[in-house]
Write a protein that binds this ligand. Structure first.
Ligand code: SER
Length: 317
């Protein structure tokens, strides 16, 4: 990959992935695709080209692909799970109609495509612990429905047309640069902001709600590494389980208290998020990703917590 379009470049993942690609891929041109109202700012704006790129407008995507001779598209446009429950038609439009627009452009112009899937692609019928790579996927949220369909449609374009689609099922992503918007796992970001600001945290999920979580540097490594993997070694494509840590609110709170002994957390359960979280795995088995393309995370809960607090102190205090 050399000429790359990142769609959703100002979101939680995109804002960091765009910068990483610009830094690390030698000779690359990385175009920051954004929608009006979410323009790139600061370093993201200064360090490379940016173009308005609405996934619902296929001709806009095609124009950018032609203009920059794009060979790889990172499609990060999505409504997260809790927002998607409030706006299911919009979620469908962005996640499904947007995806097929991208896949059609990729088919015509020979681009590789990464569209993330998620722990949200699983449902209540999925085995909760050590969730296998290949298992039951019958999600009950609109977000999950679109993520399973994303996996299927991406595989379809690979098998039918040879479009080089690959992806991973992201856990809840924890980061300090850009906030996530409206996900079920957002509490695991928000809790760090509250701790560093010295505020009590109102946790929207109950004690005992375990989910896979991941620190952003590991997630970004996965997104780059999967697209650079030797295709001959890929048995799976859309999408790979990847995992690094699993915790519930009590465990992350206890870890934060090692740094802030007076940190306080109370429970204010959000029924929408709780229902979604209860339908997702506790911990995925990521052995296929490890075997097929060498996935290996660097951060556990303790090292992530130290790093998050360090960076949030710089940002907030
Ligand atoms: N973090 C996402 C969400 O909570 C799941 O992939 O919606």
């Amino acid at each position: 990959m050399t000429n790359i379009l990142v769609i959703g470049s100002t979101g939680q993942i995109g804002s960091e992935l765009t910068m990483k690609l610009r830094r690390e891929i030698a000779g690359s041109t990385v175009v920051a695709g954004y929608i009006p109202g979410a323009e790139p700012k600061g370093e993201l704006k200064e360090s490379g080209p940016a173009e308005i790129c609405n996934v619902c407008d296929g001709s806009q995507i095609a124009d950018i692909v032609r203009k920059y001779d794009i060979d790889t598209i990172y499609n990060l446009a999505a409504l997260l799970s809790a927002v998607a429950e409030r706006k299911p038609l919009m979620a469908w439009d962005i996640q499904m109609n947007g995806l097929i627009n991208i896949l059609e452009v990729a088919r015509e112009h020979g681009c590789a495509v990464f569209t993330p899937s998620s722990i949200g692609s699983f449902g209540p019928g999925t085995p909760r612990d050590n969730t296998p790579q290949d298992t039951i996927q019958r999600p009950t949220s609109m977000y999950g429905v679109t993520k399973v369909a994303t996996e299927l449609l991406s595989d379809y374009y690979f098998h039918k047309y040879g479009v080089d689609t690959r992806s991973v099922r992201f856990p809840g992503l924890i980061s300090y640069t850009t906030l996530p918007g409206g996900g079920t796992t957002d509490y695991a970001v928000d809790i760090y902001y509250s701790a560093v600001k010295g505020e009590e945290f109102a946790c929207p999920l109950a004690a005992g709600t375990f989910m896979d979580m991941m620190y952003m540097p590991d997630a970004l490594d996965a997104a780059v590494k999967i697209m650079q993997a030797d295709p001959a070694k890929l048995i799976h494509r859309n999408s790979f389980n990847i995992a690094s840590m699993s915790f519930d609110p009590e465990i992350v709170c206890a870890e934060i208290r090692k740094h802030y002994p007076d940190f306080r957390m109370r429970y204010e359960i959000d029924p929408v998020r709780q229902t979604i979280a209860d339908s997702w795995p506790n911990r995925m088995d990521d052995s296929c990703a490890r075997a097929e393309w060498g996935w290996e995370p660097s951060y556990d809960l303790a090292s992530m917590t130290g790093d998050m607090i360090l960076h949030l102190k710089e940002k907030l205090l």
